[in-house]
Design a protein around this ligand. Sequence first.
Ligand code: AMP
Length: 133
Amino acid sequence: METIFTKIRDGVIPSVKLHQDELCFVILDINPVNKGHLLVITNESYPTLADCPEATLAHLMRLVKRADAQLRQTLGCDATNIVINNGKESGQEVPHLHIHVIPRYKDDQKHFLLSKEQYEEGEIQRLGRRLEF
Ligand code: AMP
């Protein structure tokens, strides 16, 4: 399936590309949470994590680790957020698997996952049993 990222991969849409190999590529996000926010993207347009072969996923994560190190070393960020919006309802805008790596700084006041819920008494244990794998 053609997506904005396949067009970026093929150079039809311009981007700032940081890496390209036989499985994945890395670009700077044009609307960064902080400058240097980058996207590690599979070459193939797998819509979500579940669609992606394990070997490609492993490589994707290797690149995330390298990207994290590069952001810390080059920008001196204190931390990173590593995020996958996995499906439309999670906020995924581009249905083509990618991992956001976002540089973060002490007191940068960037909040992009704001709301948190409270568990009722015993609920977390019950849910834990249902979700074991
Ligand atoms: P998501 O909501 O996880 O699908 O994120 C898609 C991301 O792609 C957003 O953060 C956009 O800012 C980014 N994006 C969309 N178009 C481009 C583009 N042409 N170049 C770089 N990043 C883009």
